[in-house]
Design a protein around this ligand. Structure first.
Ligand SMILES: NC(=O)c1ccc[n+]([C@@H]2O[C@H](COP(=O)([O-])OP(=O)(O)OC[C@H]3O[C@@H](n4cnc5c(N)ncnc54)[C@H](O)[C@@H]3O)[C@@H](O)[C@H]2O)c1
Length: 247
């Protein structure tokens, strides 16, 4: 994928799927802007890639005021943003009958409201610049009601990301803004690494391809939507799930 001359924001780019996306951006000749709460891990990724290939901004994506301040600073310092990839997220594994208001609020804040807040800064900037591309990482949980690892709050947050992606695609098309969503299923990252063996086997049993994904297998599809190869694609929801959904 060719990203020569492109500036691409990747939230949650310090780990897992986000790190694989950042690696793909840089491999394609682009400049990656990593936004993450874990500044040390993000800085380590930048050093691995070469300090001139990426920038790091610390932000807590559960805090809309902080998002607006940090993304405003990114626009000032980086001048233009070609692509925004909303990848950062947390999983919530609490069953519906046990979920607390705090668990619900935190999951929705990071996974859904945080995406809205990054868009609230970047969408108008893309409008002004004559266009741009947005890719939001949702999850198979948002389509089938959870049930793999994430439960109700996670499923609701990711279903919200799918709806938001379609709405932004519909409204943004006239400004040259494309927005697509990618739905992974079980992917081997720090988010899923601590899962008990029995749970992992149970999830894998329900995946037609009978394995979890490597982060780069998700990143490959995200990078396609981020690239000019997807120039006539918007409002699409791509399942990268080993065959679970098939809709
Ligand atoms: N791993 C899976 O099986 C899987 C499956 C479906 C969807 N997803 C989705 O893919 C995305 C990436 O997941 P991953 O498995 O790579 O996760 P991960 O835990 O490996 O990485 C998540 C990254 O997001 C950052 N982050 C978390 N909370 C943040 C906050 N409040 N502010 C800023 N940064 C924050 C973390 O520091 C980390 O760098 C998430 O949206 C996740 O919901 C993952």
């Amino acid at each position: 994928m060719d990203f020569t001359g492109k500036k691409i924001i990747v939230t949650g780019g310090a780990s897992g799927i986000g790190k694989a996306i950042v690696q793909g951006v840089v491999a394609g000749g682009g400049f990656a802007i990593i936004v993450d709460l874990n500044e040390a891990a993000a800085e380590a990724v930048r050093q691995e890639l070469g300090a001139d290939k990426a920038a790091v901004y610390k932000a807590d994506l559960s805090n809309c005021d902080e998002i607006r301040a940090v993304f405003g600073r990114i626009l000032e310092e980086q001048q233009k943003i070609d692509v925004l990839i909303n990848n950062a997220g947390i999983v919530s594994k609490v069953p519906f009958e046990e979920i607390s208001q705090a668990e619900w609020d935190r999951t929705i804040a990071i996974n859904l409201t945080g995406v809205y807040a990054t868009l609230s800064v970047i969408y108008p900037a893309m409008q002004k610049a004559g266009g741009g591309r947005i890719v939001n990482i949702a999850s198979v949980a948002g389509k089938i009601g959870g049930g793999l690892l994430g439960t109700c709050a996670y499923a609701a947050s990711k279903a919200g990301v799918i709806g938001l992606s379609k709405a932004v695609a519909k409204e943004g098309a006239k400004y040259g803004i494309a927005c697509n969503a990618v739905c992974p299923s079980l992917t081997i990252t720090p988010m899923t690494a601590t899962m008990p063996e029995e749970k992992r086997n149970q999830i894998i049993a329900g995946i037609p391809m009978k394995r979890g994904a490597e982060p780069r297998e998700i990143a490959n599809v995200v990078l396609f939507y981020a690239s000019d190869l997807a120039s006539f694609v918007t409002g699409e929801v791509a399942d990268v799930d080993g065959g679970i959904t098939m809709d």
